[in-house]
Each structure stands twice: as structure tokens, then as C-alpha cells.
Design a protein. Structure first.
Length: 482
């Protein structure tokens, strides 16, 4: 592949791929000796089959393609470093379509990743990773429109899909920045490194506020693990249609014993209220029995409908029925992920004010920028789900905005294995208020974690229900390749 020509900020802003930046990019008032510039970008893919399928919004997924990115950077003194980022190309989640096949939406993300490689490599102005991401994101979004047209896609690539595809580029850039400065990246969001306040990235309301006030430089020592009970997963032994006999658990009681679980995420369908209610009740009965045997007195649930609830009344009715039949089970519900469809502007009637009085209701799939966060808040959502697959810079900025407005925060998974899990866990461990870490690659694609147990045992080997996030203090994003 030919090396793209190098662009200054001026020429980059007015290139075809980044024309949208011309009217929005602020001028740099002064240089920072800590700034870096991009010297090169390489991408590669890994492919894995799941040991058992997972269901997203009515679609079963049994495989994953990881996009791995390496970014080389240089500072003003000529020192260089290379960073690594990785993320699943979660096309079923980020690019759901009723008219396009799995292979088509995946191919769109793969085509977009090649375009993003060229755009990212062509951007050579100096800056902090948050600043560089701020300039690149509009160009990445413009590239998605171009790819959609060139590939003659039946539906255009959504912004969420673009963010997911771009996220390993942003992760690699942050990783490289930390490595060049020989620091953990979470030590590099202070004013020494990122001098501009949040007003530059989030608007006048945030003027005078700085990112380091909303991000901890040190990780929490340990955090509970959220285990997933998928909509097609076996809860008890009688549900097991095909024993895998691969040495890993298949039922909820087995997983509870295997990992010492205290946090359980329940995937629901949102299309059959009785099924959803009974699914929660079945998990509660099974978990209560297993926890009693272990002597565990406190545990929690989160509920995830993947936007499939037809309306908020469905959610309210289901919660009331759960509370009537299993009051203790209802009390264990910690939060609810986005229950109705992701297009909030087209779904303004489904406000969450009443539901949020019962439990925090978090925006997830809809959260792609500050505008969507503020709209969700206006519609009654009381929390936000941060995800590493939307980009390190965006996740931290949304965390800051959500904290300013006193919203509930959680960090959600995209079945992230290997380096992508370390990236996600690091985000959860450094954002104040996040209570637990979701991590389900160990359930569905453990092959992609092979070797990482040796370099990061506290993240990949779970025995007491907790991740030992205190070990995430290495340089960059702390991911030592397996």
C-alpha cells in the first residue's frame, strides 16, 4: 500500500476527507513541548470463532474480527515511540441492519478501517492525543460517508460504527503518547500535558473545567466483574442442549463458583414481556441458591434490552412484575441499559423519567457525542454507559460531561478480549463513580485471551469476583502484548 502524502494542519483541514474541519478547528495558541505527531500507522486483523453464540438485539453472533492498530509517533525533540490499540469490529452492535448481511456490514467496517489508516497517517501536526482526536473525528466521519457511497451500501455507515472502527486508532495513539513519556496514559491528562480546558472540546459551559478533575490518575485497586447471562445462554443444567466439555462452565451456578461472581448482567429480548420477566426471575432463583451455598449475602444485576423494548411502558410493567414476584431480586437491580431504540430524536415520546425513579437508566447505543448525551438527559436518562470502543478521548470527555451533570456512570463491554479488555478495564478503573467492569470475552471467545493471563493475571484470571485493576499502572495503556 502506498504511503499517503504528509499533510500539515492547514492542508489537512482543506483536504476532501476532512473538509468539515475547516470551520470548527480552533487555532493553537501556544505549543507544548510534550506534544507528539503521527509518523506512521499500520493495521492488521485477527479472527476468532466463539465457543458459544451471544445474542445482540435479536441477532446471534458466533465470531469476531479484531482490528489491531499500531501508531508510531515523534515528539518535538525527535524521540519516538510506538503504541498499540485493539478493538472488536462489532458490526452487529454498531451497524445493525435489516437489509444488509453480516458480511456486508463487516466489509464496510474493514473498508473504513483502511480509509482511516490513510487519514490518520496523513495528519502530522503536533498535539496531545485528545486534541488530535478532536481534529481527526470529523475527517473519520466524512470518510464513512465516502466509503458508504463508494461501496454502494444499502444503508450508510452510522456514526456509532465509525467511532467503533476508529477506536483502536485512538487507543494506539494514547498508548504511544504514554510510552514516549514513560508514563501511564492516565498521568497524561493533567494540565502539564493537556493545557486546554474542556470548553475547547465541549463548549462554553465547560470553560474553566479541566479533564484531570474528572479522571483519576491512579486506578482503583480492584473492581467487581459483571458476568453476562445472554439471551441464549444456559442458566441451569437442564438448559444445556450441547455440552461443550472444554473445561469452562456452561451454567450460571458453575460460573458463579468458577469466578466467585457477585455481579450479573441479564440480556433480555424486549419483545415478550412474560419471557423477559421470567428470565429475570429464573436468574434470581438460580443465583440465590448458588450464592447461599457460597455464603454470599450481597450481589447485583444489570438489565440490558439492547433497545428492543417497544416503549417505556413495557419496561415499567416488566419491572413492576419482577418486584411483585421477587422483591429481593428487584432490589438487586443496579441499573438498566438503554431499553428503547437508539434514535432518540425519532423516539422523543419514550422518556425515561418514571423508569429512572426506580433504577438508573443509562444511555448506551445512542451515546455518540455531547448532543446525544444532553438529549438523553432531557428525556429522563439518568446515566451513561461509557465504552472503550467509542474511543478513549470521547469516553473521557463524555465521562467529564456526565459527572458535571451528576449522572450515573458504568463502563460496558463489546466482548473485548486481550488488549481491548485491558483498555476497557483501564477506563473503568480511572473514571470516578464506575462501580464494576463488564468482561465477557472469557465466556464467549477465551481463545482470544490466550497468553494474556500470564502478562495480566489480575485482569484475566478471576477467582473472587474481582478484577485486580491496581495492576494497570504500566506505561501507555498498560497492555503488554501476550
Amino acid at each position: 500500500m502506498a504511503t499517503p502524502s504528509r499533510l500539515s494542519r492547514r492542508s489537512f483541514l482543506f483536504s476532501a476527507a476532512a473538509a468539515t474541519l475547516a470551520c470548527s478547528a480552533p487555532n493553537i495558541s501556544r505549543t507544548n513541548p510534550n506534544d507528539i505527531r503521527i509518523e506512521g500507522v499500520d493495521i492488521e486483523e485477527e479472527f476468532y470463532l466463539y465457543r458459544t453464540p451471544i445474542k445482540f438485539g435479536g441477532t446471534e453472533v458466533d465470531r469476531v474480527t479484531l482490528l489491531n492498530v499500531r501508531v508510531r509517533v515523534r515528539n518535538r525533540a525527535g524521540q519516538t515511540a510506538e503504541g498499540f490499540g485493539s478493538m472488536p469490529l462489532g458490526n452487529v452492535w454498531s451497524f445493525p441492519s435489516r437489509v444488509m448481511k453480516y458480511e456486508e456490514t463487516l466489509a464496510a467496517m474493514q473498508g473504513l478501517s483502511q480509509r482511516l489508516q490513510k487519514i490518520t497517517a496523513a495528519y502530522t501536526d503536533y498535539g496531545h492525543p485528545v486534541e488530535i482526536n478532536h481534529h481527526l473525528e470529523p475527517a473519520w466521519i466524512a470518510a464513512a460517508d465516502e466509503v458508504s457511497q463508494q461501496m454502494k451500501l444499502a444503508e450508510p455507515i452510522p456514526k456509532l460504527c465509525t467511532l467503533t472502527t476508529a477506536s483502536p486508532f485512538d487507543a494506539a495513539l494514547n498508548d504511544a503518547y504514554g510510552k514516549l513519556h514513560n508514563r501511564n496514559i492516565y498521568h497524561c491528562y493533567t494540565r502539564e500535558f493537556l493545557a486546554e480546558d474542556l470548553g475547547r472540546y465541549l463548549g462554553p459551559e465547560y470553560k474553566g473545567l479541566y479533564l484531570d478533575a474528572f479522571v483519576n490518575s491512579e486506578p482503583q485497586p480492584r473492581m467487581p466483574l459483571y458476568h453476562l447471562v445472554g439471551a441464549v445462554d444456559s442458566i441451569t443444567a437442564k438448559d444445556v442442549a450441547r455440552p461443550l466439555n472444554d473445561g469452562l462452565p456452561q451454567t450460571l451456578p458453575e460460573w458463579i463458583d468458577y469466578n466467585g461472581l457477585t455481579h450479573i448482567k441479564i440480556k433480555l429480548n424486549g419483545e415478550d414481556l412474560n419471557w423477559d420477566r421470567d428470565r429475570v426471575l429464573s436468574v434470581e432463583r438460580t443465583a440465590a441458591e448458588a450464592m447461599k451455598k457460597r455464603g454470599t449475602s450481597e450481589w447485583f444485576y444489570s438489565l440490558d434490552f439492547n433497545e428492543k423494548c417497544p416503549n417505556v411502558d413495557y419496561l415499567l410493567d416488566m419491572l413492576r412484575q419482577v418486584k411483585q414476584r421477587a422483591p429481593q431480586g428487584f432490589e438487586r437491580i443496579q441499573y438498566i441499559e438503554q431499553p428503547t431504540r437508539r434514535d432518540l430524536k425519532a423516539d422523543r415520546a419514550n422518556v425515561m423519567h418514571e423508569a429512572a425513579k426506580l433504577r438508573p437508566v443509562v444511555i448506551d447505543e445512542s451515546l455518540v457525542d455531547l448532543e446525544s448525551l444532553m438529549l438523553a438527559r432531557e428525556m429522563g436518562y439518568s446515566g451513561a454507559a461509557l465504552k472503550a470502543c467509542k474511543g478513549q478521548a470521547q469516553a473521557l470527555l463524555m465521562a467529564a460531561a456526565a459527572q458535571k451533570h451528576k449522572m450515573f456512570l458504568c463502563v460496558q463491554d463489546l466482548t473485548c478480549p486481550g488488549a481491548s479488555l485491558i483498555h476497557s478495564a483501564g477506563l473503568a478503573a480511572h473514571v470516578p463513580g464506575v462501580a464494576a467492569i463488564e468482561a465477557n470475552a472469557r465466556q464467549y471467545v477465551p481463545a482470544a485471551n490466550a497468553g494474556w493471563e500470564k502478562t495480566h493475571p489480575g485482569i484475566f484470571i478471576i477467582k473472587d469476583g474481582y478484577m485486580q485493576t491496581g495492576e494497570l499502572t504500566g506505561v501507555g495503556l498498560s497492555a503488554k502484548p501476550a
